[in-house]
Design a binder for this molecule. Structure first.
Ligand SMILES: Cc1ncc(COP(=O)(O)O)c(C=O)c1O
Length: 414
């Protein structure tokens, strides 16, 4: 049995919950039990307030005006970039590109870094755990270039088969692109080790950190990765904004991803010269309010402490695993020793969509489906799973409600 949350030094989850207005609402007459943070997490009042304050008092376009409002908006937006830099320990804000989210960050690197370099016969190495966002952009590119996708298999536990991954690294491997934490199974990948293996084979490493960044301290330089992507809306910030981290020398050598305003230094019909990093990759007006409030969200989680959030979620996951494993009809999908935040399961004789629908009537929000990771479902011979995912505001009592809800589902479908 894992530690009781009360013993997690200084982590007062009831106080944390009061920071999230939405958690006070009811769904179908029941208190909301939100167990879908892996899809998108809820926002604390400070984040909602940051959007409100910006829109009421400071809005103007960024990087363009000499007037007061534009300068205020620009300063706030650039402060958010510095917060991101600090949050993941990038060497410079030049390495922090604001994008629409993880998906766009992956497409940016596929199109701008890999596309000009990939030759027929080259390989991009993924794992079987990947979200579709970390499969399809590479697949599209490979089809165009006559290159090949190689896929490292996973074991029955949901761990990546590292020995197989190592064998799949060849002199033709140009990029190894992996999740840091699987959204479908919760497996935490040994990113640092994979980066060492990839680099030894002469390949670069891209990490999809969408699920890891809200759940554990991330140090991009400590991990030794070349690119790292994540989304604001999974780390308690607004949607429509995210980050691509890349090492300066790589980003400097890449052509712009999109053309437009802000990414240029000078334009004539004969020739355009491009802006410096990070603006070279930020064509057009960004999500200004979202970017600023993203910075506020990072301040919020930093204030609570990533290590304490990680410990709290580890306790919840252990408690939930134990509670669900005690129900004989439950099969937990994904049992890797290194897991975080995500509990996928199926119920004997009940389709996951029915589980989700019945739980919803109890006020419990879980995800059901393939979780944008169809190859993972195929690996386990399942069309779908139900997935409970935890955030920094969830409690053991909510896990008890989930277990009760599952017993209700079983009674209904027996
Ligand atoms: C592991 C992983 N990668 C990528 C994504 C895509 O993120 P976004 O939709 O924010 O671009 C998700 C979203 O669920 C995810 O869980």
């Amino acid at each position: 049995m894992s530690a009781n949350p009360k013993s997690l030094a200084g982590y007062d989850v009831e106080r944390v919950r009061r920071d999230f207005p939405i958690l006070a609402r009811e769904v179908h007459g029941k208190p909301l039990v939100f167990l879908d943070s892996a899809a998108s997490s809820q926002r604390p009042a400070s984040v909602i307030g940051a959007v409100d304050e910006y829109e009421r008092l400071h809005h103007a376009n960024v990087h363009r005006g000499v007037h007061q409002l534009s300068q205020e908006a620009t300063a706030m937006f650039e402060q958010a970039r510095e917060r991101v830099r600090r949050f993941v320990n990038a060497a410079s804000t030049r390495e922090v590109i604001f994008t629409r989210g993880t998906t766009e960050s992956i497409n940016l690197v596929a199109q701008s870094y890999a596309r000009p370099r990939l030759k027929p016969g080259d390989e991009i190495l993924l794992t079987m755990l990947e979200h579709h966002a970390n499969i399809v952009p590479w697949q599209m590119l490979c089809e165009e270039k006559g290159a090949r996708l190689a896929v490292a298999p996973i074991l029955d536990s949901g761990e990546v088969d590292l020995a197989a991954l190592e064998r799949l690294l060849t002199p033709r491997t140009r990029m190894v692109s992996i999740a840091h934490l699987s959204n479908a199974l919760g497996t935490v990948l040994p990113v640092k080790r994979i980066a060492e293996l990839a680099h030894a084979a002469g390949a670069l490493v891209f990490v999809d950190g969408a699920q890891a960044v809200p759940r554990m301290p991330v140090d991009v330089r400590g991990l030794g990765v070349d690119f790292y992507a994540f989304s604001s809306h999974k780390v308690y910030g607004p949607s429509g904004v995210g980050v691509l981290y890349g090492r300066t020398e790589l980003l400097d050598a890449m052509p712009p991803y999109q053309g437009g305003g802000d990414m240029i230094r000078s334009v004539t019909f004969e020739k355009t010269t491009y802006n410096s990093l990070p603006y070279k990759f930020e064509a057009g007006t960004p999500n200004i309010a979202g970017g600023i409030a993203f910075g506020t969200a990072l301040d919020y989680v930093t204030g609570l402490g990533l290590a304490r959030i990680e410990a709290h979620e580890r306790d919840l996951l252990a408690y939930a695993t134990e509670s669900l494993a005690a129900i004989p009809e439950v099969t937990i999908v994904g049992t890797a020793p290194e897991k975080a935040g995500v509990l996928s399961f199926v119920l004997q004789g009940v389709h996951p969509h029915d589980i989700g629908t019945v739980l919803d009537r109890e006020g419990i929000a879980v995800r059901t489906g393939h979780h944008c990771a169809q190859p993972v479902m195929d690996r386990f011979g399942l069309p779908a799973t139900a997935r409970a995912s935890f955030g920094l505001y969830n409690t053991r009592e909510e896990v008890d409600v989930l277990a009760g809800g599952i017993r209700t589902v079983l009674r209904m479908f027996r």
